[in-house]
Write a protein that binds this ligand. Structure first.
Ligand SMILES: Cc1cc2nc3c(=O)[nH]c(=O)nc-3n(C[C@H](O)[C@H](O)[C@H](O)COP(=O)(O)OP(=O)(O)OC[C@H]3O[C@@H](n4cnc5c(N)ncnc54)[C@H](O)[C@@H]3O)c2cc1C
Length: 450
């Protein structure tokens, strides 16, 4: 006989841990099931910027207060202690693939001069964040089960039953699916059938020393192209919070059988126009990720399962968006239990909140344009990017980034018409094509978990 909980949570990332802490602290009987043995060991690539300080994001205006050492979410109405390491950064620099030109988002020098008040945000330690959430959840009496890989789900009467690959079964009045971007729960519930698939992003990251960067306290973002496939290759370098001379160096892009992102990263370091940035490269730790890109779940609820964090969003809800979901979902369950409404009506406020803060707040197609815009190819992309010479306002918001760069490019439309009419024709042609068609090559080389 399975023990019955008020709430069973699948996945102990930021969304699941936050849900567990909040539900436990508010008196619910909670089980938290996590397939990893060590919850706070971070194996998956994550830039862990505190996203996003400089703009509203998912309807929130979050920031890190270094005096009180708290991560603050003033709109949703909560804050969390954070006493781990962090580093400020001041601008986002996009480099053309030949390393000849920088698009500057934010003024590095001016922002740096202002210190913490001029920063874009901080990089911080996800390990420390999760450690604290886990300690709070345990303290609140949550039954934390590690090494528990949920593989099946069924609804019987007014209970939801989850079975793990290890053979244990857990029953809950409600379930929160917080099992991340490649959610098995979404698949088990049949919810991916209602979503559009746009490809699979894969990537590899190193924590490294021995770099010599022109702008060490910035995000350095060379925009490269894979020679054979012309797929976009995103590089991301930022200060690591863990040591003074350490950096997080990431490469990623759409999956393709001909692309090994690890090889691309090694090539970038050893023999690219950017190799001078790596005079004495030493790799300290390595991580990787695989992420399916789906349109958002139409409804973040089915069969008494609330969907939280990356599980129901397009790409990454970020740790911040995921924690907001976890908190809101846990309170919604507490209220539904109190009202004795064990159904969609009971958690209607969560469903409405999720729509308001996720699909209605962010246009996920803007994010996808970031990928599809690269399909103009290396030569054309480099020509267009070199037209952007003014310092653009910086936002870490990837849903707005492409708009800002494109607006600046389009101010030069007369020049492009004169010098490269082929590009204008290609762009016009592309704009007539639906996004799904533009992303077709990425879709066919992806591997969806339908
Ligand atoms: C390259 C990259 C850079 C990023 N940069 C940032 C950044 O700068 N700032 C930021 O805030 N976010 C960033 N993110 C996003 C961030 O990592 C995620 O949005 C966040 O971790 C999502 O939290 P989550 O709790 O929804 O899912 P996850 O963190 O993925 O947690 C899901 C948990 O569920 C567990 N699980 C999965 N399946 C099962 C199962 N069947 N049974 C039991 N357990 C299961 C997993 O082991 C995992 O612990 C980045 C991500 C990537 C890939």
């Amino acid at each position: 006989m399975a023990t019955t909980y008020d709430l069973v949570i699948v996945g102990a990332g930021p969304a699941g841990l936050m849900a567990a802490k909040v539900a436990g602290e508010n008196g619910l009987r909670v089980a938290l099931l996590e397939r990893k043995e060590n919850i706070t060991a971070i194996q998956r690539s994550c830039a862990t910027m505190f996203a996003i300080e400089d703009d509203y994001y998912f309807g929130e205006r979050m920031y890190f207060n270094e005096t009180t050492k708290r991560l603050v979410f003033p709109v949703t109405g909560f804050s969390l202690p954070y006493d781990g390491p962090y580093k400020n950064f001041y601008a986002w620099h996009l480099y053309t693939s030949d390393a000849q030109h920088i698009i500057r988002l934010g003024s590095y020098e001016a922002n740096r001069e202002r210190g913490a008040s001029g920063r874009l945000s901080v990089t911080y330690s996800k390990h420390h964040l999760l450690e604290r959430l886990l300690a709070d959840a345990r303290q609140a009496g949550v039954h934390v089960v590690t090494g528990a890989n949920v593989v099946s789900f069924r609804r019987h009467g007014d209970r939801a039953y989850l079975t793990t690959a290890e053979g244990a079964t857990y029953a809950g009045v409600f379930v929160i699916a917080a099992d991340g971007i490649n959610s098995r729960m979404m698949k088990l519930l049949g919810l991916n059938k209602d979503r559009s698939f746009y490809g699979t992003l894969t990537g590899v990251s190193y924590y490294m020393t021995g770099l010599d960067l022109p702008y060490p306290e910035a995000i350095n973002y060379p925009m490269l192209f894979h020679k054979e496939t012309q797929y976009p290759i995103m590089i991301w370098i930022e200060p690591s919070p863990f040591a003074d001379e350490e950096f997080w160096v990431y490469v990623g892009g759409p999956s393709h059988p001909a692309i090994s992102y690890k090889e691309e990263l090694d090539r970038f370091i050893s023999s690219s126009p950017f190799s001078a940035w790596f005079p004495r490269p030493v790799v300290k730790r390595m991580q990787a990720h695989v992420a399916n890109i789906w349109s958002p779940a139409p409804v973040p609820f089915k069969d008494n399962v609330l969907i939280a964090g990356d599980a129901g969003w397009t790409v990454e809800a970020e740790c911040t968006g995921s924690m907001m979901c976890g908190l809101k979902a846990a309170f919604a369950v507490a209220k539904a239990l109190r009202d004795r409404k064990h159904d969609a009506e009971g958690v209607a406020e969560y469903i409405a909140w999720w729509h308001e803060h996720f699909p209605n707040a962010m246009d996920y197609t803007e994010f996808l344009q970031l990928l599809s815009s690269a399909s103009v190819g290396e030569d054309r992309a480099n020509y267009l990017y070199k037209l952007v010479t003014d310092i653009l306002p910086c936002s870490l918001n990837p849903y707005n980034l492409i708009k800002s760069v494109n607006t600046s490019i389009m101010r030069n439309i007369g020049k492009i018409q004169q010098e490269r009419p082929d590009i204008l024709m290609a762009l016009q042609k592309a704009s007539m094509v639906p996004l799904k068609e533009q992303m077709r090559s990425f879709i066919v080389t992806g591997f969806p978990n339908t």
